[in-house]
Design a protein around this ligand. Sequence first.
Ligand code: NAP
Length: 475
Amino acid sequence: MMAAVRNWGILVGGEWHDGPDRIEVRNAFDNERVGTVVRGTEEMVFAAISAAETASLQAFPAHERYDVLMDVAALIDAAADEYADTIAREGSKTISEARHEPPRAATIFRLAADESRRIAGETLPFDIRPGSENRKGYYTRRPVGVVAAIMPFNDPMAVTAHKIGPAIAAGNSVVVKPDSSTPLSILRMAEDFMTAGLPPGRLNVVTGHGSEIGDAIVRDPRVRLVAFTGGVATGRQITKTAGIKKLLLELGANSPVIVMPDADLENACSAIIAGAFAQAGQNCLGVQRIFIHKEIYTSFSNMLVEATGRLKAGHSMDESVDVCQMIRLRDAERVDAWVNEAVAEGASILTGGSREGAVYEPTLLENVPSGAKLECDEIYGPVSSLFEFEDLFDAVDRANAVDFGLHAAIFTESLRDAFYAVENLNVGAVIVNDSTDYRLDSMPFGGFRSSGVGREGIRFAVEAMTETRVACFNL
Ligand code: NAP
């Protein structure tokens, strides 16, 4: 079902409000106008936080939170085609990739509903300290109050669900700021929350440019936790502005995979290609560096080149397209510039390497010189680099030699090698015999170093979005 072009308001205190200025949301391939949203102001942010704070003081028992989250999941399932259409038009996912998001978001909300029933504490053994024998007590978990959720463009429904779901499950109120490129599917989810009977003010959505309203959200002392997913530069700015409050930061990555000579190479090839080029490479879990053992370097790189050459690039709404336009023309231009820079420094393009508008061809390179941006920074586009290695120790050292640490992967049939990788790769998750692009929505998710602070994954986010309170009775 094709989604209607709508002019959305902001959602504050359970009501939709218009604003004097608007942002147009357009498809980066053909400039199609997909909708418009309010260009939010600092005053609107203030009002949204006030509404959230007021709502957070009202009773909202676990059984009501459970019901709302389950009802939203059902509403999303019922409108899955409309959501997928919106995501593929506003964002940077092919229509077949976009179809995975609504069911995933619904699952995340169901996991959050489950978690809302498990928020508990435990009794404390005060008698471990001499003199405390007559004390009895326990701790419970309390909502932090107001959570601000600042979103990236790449998985607008799923990443938002990972913040709203646990925040509501834990009894908080939320102010969401969508990415300016992909606000429409999030506003549609907010509409479903209203239909599901979420109390007014528990979910507020303020659209607008991060450069104009970001600081007002992050700085406000009534916001007790900022949950942010996005780039490292913005993450750094948030840490400077936030003051004393909790931060959950899911930032960038430069994910490595290691391919050992004993691996199932057919499986490794298809997994790596999918992991490198899904969502036009704009995926924090995307494969950026491919380390291949010297014994299989030539044969395996040929397999990767052949498989990459079979991918079709084009418009996100074309059912036959594997790799669609990037989110903005300037992002494709940046990818082009980084590849050209590496080539000027001695890298060779094995396949791809050209750009048409916002579409960048799936690209593989080798001989990328040490210190090139393609090796050290996050490309966040459909480009991966191949590196030959001598032994696993060398591969793990080189895999670790970046300032990121979200996911890493190894393909091997050797338990010993797999364990060595798990023990020594400095990342939030090591995936054995699949690409780095694997995430179970209930697993702890987050990275080391510049990849972020804290962990998502419903139970872990609920923990972050609550504070403990101890009760101690001196009897
Ligand atoms: P971005 O440029 O950092 O933008 C993310 C969000 O931050 C947008 O909503 C943006 O608003 C807002 N923003 C901008 N300036 C701000 C400020 N001063 N204060 C508060 N908010 C501000 O990132 P992006 O280009 O959308 O996303 C790409 C990055 O996200 C990549 O690095 C990727 O790895 C990372 N990512 C990480 C994960 C993970 O889980 N680790 C998942 C997905 C993506 P505007 O849209 O209005 O600019």
